[in-house]
Design a protein around this ligand. Structure first.
Ligand code: ASP
Length: 345
């Protein structure tokens, strides 16, 4: 796909989601339909002073059906069109948008152009839809440049007046237009009458390294959310899952877990067999601090890796990518503990 000669160009990639959904006549459920349906309801996008092109997934998807193969397809669409566009807007269902945005942030190494995810809580065909504003402002952000360089060369989510780093963002409301937030990193921009960018918080690539797209994922991971009274058989069933290479434990508060002997023995034996355990807090904001309480000290001694202030979405996508692309356990553990795309502080 080539640029049509106008100064700035943006590619819209439509994957599906509520923004383009209508009620199925037979079942009454919402189902995604084609991209033309969206443009028909937002004719104003034809009036932008820049070159706008679009490509649609076929079939389009409810985001609950998006998986690593689709992340690869999406990254390849960006890779194929990377030199021909100044920015990208990805229309995506909100349910797993934070997972896809996190995955893409890890896949697109040396990214130097905006990749802005957006969608809506109400379909574009409804009078009170939030989709129009989300789409129009995302396009503005994807096209924004200063001194010839993009203002936000990152994978982000734009939703309800806020632009946040994709791998810091989480969906927290199935009801409000303000559906996402970034509990541990401030917004990169706020949209009111003007779009105000927090340039000191945006990551700008040093130098001009070529885009490299990492495409190997290994989904031999599990997330174990702790709760008071958790059953030993359940924990052991998860840990003994066939082929499991890494386990994320969603712990209490600042990374705490029960100190029952059986629990710690199970974790230690998984690590002894070469497994990786990543400690991520189930709190919405804040950070794991292993060793702060007695209830995390032993896990630290056993070799459990701290997820610090990573989101659950970023932790699972990062782990799948590292398992798929690193050659040694040491390399995985080293990358897990430090930011590779601004996902931890
Ligand atoms: N189920 C929809 C999806 O994630 C919800 C949405 O787009 O808001 O595809």
């Amino acid at each position: 796909m080539a640029k049509r000669g106008k100064e700035t160009s943006v590619l819209i990639i439509y994957t599906g989601g509520t923004i383009g959904m209508v009620h199925d006549r037979q079942t009454g459920s919402l189902v995604p339909i084609d991209f033309k349906h969206i443009t028909d309801h937002v004719p104003v996008i034809g009036n932008f002073g820049f070159d706008l092109q679009s490509v649609s997934f076929d079939p389009v998807k409810d985001s609950s059906n998006i998986d690593p193969d689709i992340w690869v397809k999406l990254a390849e669409t960006i890779e194929k069109n990377y030199d021909n566009f100044d920015g990208f807007v990805v229309l995506h269902g909100t349910d797993t948008m934070a997972y896809t945005a996190s995955a893409l942030s890890f896949m697109l190494e040396n990214l130097a152009k905006p990749v802005i995810f957006t969608g809506s809580q109400l379909p574009i065909g409804l009078p009170r839809t939030d989709g129009r504003e989300n789409l129009v402002t995302s396009l503005e952000i994807a096209a924004a440049s200063k001194n010839g360089s993009p203002v936000v060369p990152e994978v982000c989510i734009y939703f309800d007046n806020e632009l946040t780093r994709g791998n810091r963002t989480t969906k927290f409301s199935a009801e409000h237009f303000d559906a996402f937030n970034s509990p541990n990193y401030p917004p990169l921009a706020l949209a009111g009458l003007h779009i105000k960018y927090n340039e000191n918080l945006i990551h700008y690539p040093a130098g001009t390294r070529k885009l490299k797209v990492n495409k190997s994922f290994d989904n031999n991971v599990a997330i174990l959310k702790l709760f008071p009274g958790i059953n030993r058989h359940f924990v052991e069933a998860v840990i003994n899952t066939k082929g499991l290479r890494a386990l994320i434990i969603e712990t209490f508060g600042s990374g705490n877990a029960p100190t029952h002997e059986w629990f710690l023995d199970d974790l230690k034996s998984f690590i002894r067999k070469g497994g990786i355990i990543f400690n991520v807090t189930q709190c919405h904001g804040g950070s794991v601090e292993m060793g702060l309480y007695e209830t995390s000290r032993e896990m630290m001694a056993a070799g459990v890796v701290s997820g610090k202030d990573i989101t659950s979405e970023a932790s699972v996508t990062k782990l799948m990518l590292l398992l798929g692309s690193c050659s040694t356990r040491e390399e995985i553990i080293d990358c897990l503990g430090k930011p590779i795309a601004g996902e931890i502080s």
